[in-house]
Design a protein around this ligand. Sequence first.
Ligand code: B12
Length: 385
Amino acid sequence: MNLTEEVKNRAKALGFCAVGITGADPFEEAETAAATRTAEGLMDGLTWWSDGRAHASADPRRNTPDARSVIALAYPYPTPVPSESRDEDGPRGRIASYALGRDYHEVLLERMQPLLAMLREQGHRAKSYVDHGWMLDRAAAARAGLGWLGKNTNLLVPGTGSSVLLAEIVTSAQLDQDEPVKKSCGSCDACLRVCPTGALVAPGVLDNRRCISFWTIEHRGVIPLEMRPLIGDWIFGCDLCQEVCPINAGARPALPDADAVQAFGPPLEPRPRLEELLRLDDEGFRARFRDSAVWRTRRAGLLRNVCIALGNVADRASSPALTAALDDPEPLVRGHAAWALGRLGGSAARAALQQALSRELDAQVRDECALALQECGPLAVPSAV
Ligand code: B12
């Protein structure tokens, strides 16, 4: 068995559902796409992104000057089917499937260790990348023949779909290269049409500033008023453009082997109860989310999202929970709780907002309360008979 076969067999045994190899030359087309989109503002809001990073991420030899090969890897994650039924014990939110297990950066890095060790033992240099490394993961995967880039921008693995997470090993080893997959989405544009914010501005082009995933995961601080109603009940990420994809619908279960399922650990509840989340203090948030990707938002970010979801579900029974959140230590949570109460309307919401306004010191939260009071509409005046 040559090294290429050894690497591929080992990767499959480690739970990767697809593995392919490409050369270490820069990803020229992807570099142009990333730089153009950055210049057009389509990556705006990502404070850690820059034009320099777009260019650097397209060059596998940047950190490994003697690199000859890029091993692209795809790891499947489970996609539980969310129940649409409203729960008796209050409204529920939604968490994107990729985030339901243990933080995938750790899972994939652990799974890659034996591959790195194997290459290094044979005298080769080997560097791993998972998501936050400076590497265009999808470009590497596409050129290495793992699948094709869909109109929703996600990499689709034939037979498995897009419910995969991507990683690479850049190595000095000379390995046999694979050819890109010659497939496309054809005339289907279901993902472009389903996105409530119109974030997919053209096939394969995502405007970060409109993506629900950006606002609920990456954005720190206040979410713009015009975005809030469009976020629906998503409280971390969004899967709409993948759920509607017929390739995913026709894919076989993404997690064939029990070991791969186990790697992610016990999953979070995909549709957690929103009022329960709103009651989480720092300790409760830590206990529930410390090991998952949801940790990224920190407590304030998640509870901000929870308030928006409650405002969108607009069940007046949530009024007491949102009223309690007007006393939250975080202004971010208080402000979004006020907005949600405005969406609920009714006399209880109005009274809570008026009381909050009388004691609130934070200018931003005061503005939210005042706006929410307007949203509640005029007080019902008993008609004089
Ligand atoms: C920044 C980022 C985001 C930003 C997106 C910003 C943006 N405008 O790209 C936000 C926070 C919104 C985001 C959201 C999500 N992300 Co993200 N994200 C990244 C990250 C860190 C960089 C992406 C990037 O370089 N963008 C720049 C653009 C130019 O590159 P691109 O998106 O790859 O674009 C390619 C295609 O559009 C294609 N293309 C160009 N023109 C055309 C034209 C046509 C017709 C077609 C078909 C294709 C096509 O070529 C481009 C270059 O390769 C990568 C990890 C990494 N290091 O690569 C993960 C990554 C892309 N994300 C991932 C995931 C899982 C998600 C979410 C599904 C999470 C969720 N459920 O909420 C959503 C999906 C949203 C979507 N539809 O893309 C996975 C994708 C796995 C896969 N199967 O593709 C990655 C690879 C992380 C990982 N290591 O697994 N993400």
